[in-house]
Write a protein that binds this ligand. Structure first.
Ligand code: HEC
Ligand code: HEC
Length: 215
């Protein structure tokens, strides 16, 4: 018995969490997250808070861990990231991140923000260097660490890409995934290029029924 416990007890912290519980996650989400990210996790209840629907759980948990450990949201110019990090102060257990992620992934998918200012054709050309990590359809490739890019607000995406470029995000020495994206962010020369990519992602790759037209 003791040897079984020795193995199990030693391995548990290495191999992560107990099975995540969406019911507990929902309670935690409503208490600590909905005020900014919205009851339905569609984002923007408080400006700058992104939609959380559409992300895979490994990305969600990784970001929450990053904010909790200071890998993300500690740079002095990262005002939005600091706001987010502060909201995790009451959450002590990493298990709660897995529970919240389980709840968020159970929500229906995000609606799309139509961005007509960008040039779809140019966006397609830029996006060809993103496919390998974010997928042909922009829904993300968890094995490459690349999250979903659909349904995100243009202002949020522009801020993130610029933060990656400046090392405000992804610049922490322990942020392996973020530093990878940091390199890639430099393939987008300016904000117009980001708009172009979003125009491409939001138009050609998504069924019209999922596109929000009220913009
Ligand atoms: C006070 C408002 C606020 C609260 C409360 C809050 N957030 Fe956030 N959250 C933000 C902002 C602002 C950002 C964007 C940070 C940035 O620009 O890097 C963010 C970013 C995130 C991200 C990263 C998304 C991405 O695309 O990389 C995740 C995941 C997240 N929040 C989850 C949560 C969860 C789960 C909770 C509850 C435990 C929560 N947030 C509570 C404001 C908030
Ligand atoms: C080599 C793999 C790779 C390539 C290529 C790549 N990315 Fe990423 N991208 C990532 C990873 C990994 C992350 C998540 C970083 C983290 O964990 O914080 C990311 C994050 C992002 C985010 C932040 C999303 C959010 O919700 O905060 C955006 C926006 C983004 N990428 C856009 C792009 C665009 C546009 C391109 C093409 C110009 C691109 N990426 C190319 C790996 C890549």
């Amino acid at each position: 018995m003791r040897s079984v416990c020795l193995v199990v007890c030693l391995l548990t912290p290495l191999f992560g969490y107990a099975a995540p519980d969406a019911t507990i996650g929902q309670e935690l989400y409503e208490q600590h997250c909905a005020s900014c990210h919205g009851e339905d996790a569609a984002g923007e209840t408080v400006p700058g808070s992104p939609a959380l629907k559409g992300f895979d759980s490994s990305y969600l948990v990784r970001q929450l861990e990053n904010f909790k450990t200071g890998v993300r949201g500690t740079h002095e110019e990262d005002i939005q990231g600091q706001l987010m990090a502060a909201s995790l102060v009451p959450l002590e257990s990493y298990q709660s991140f897995a529970d919240i992620a389980e709840f968020v992934i159970s929500l229906p998918e995000a609606s799309k923000i139509v961005d007509t200012r960008g040039d779809k054709k140019k966006g397609k050309a830029y996006y060809s260097s993103c496919v390998i990590c974010h997928g042909e359809d922009g829904r993300g490739l968890p094995a490459m660490g690349g999250p979903n890019l659909l349904g995100l607000d243009a202002k949020y995406v522009t801020l993130q890409i610029n933060n990656f470029k400046k090392g405000i995000r992804g610049g922490h020495t322990l942020d392996t995934w973020g530093s990878m994206m940091g390199l890639m962010s430099r393939t987008l020369p300016n904000d117009q290029a980001i708009e172009d990519v979003l125009a491409y992602l939001n138009s050609d790759l998504n069924p019209p029924s999922r596109i929000r037209q009220d913009f």
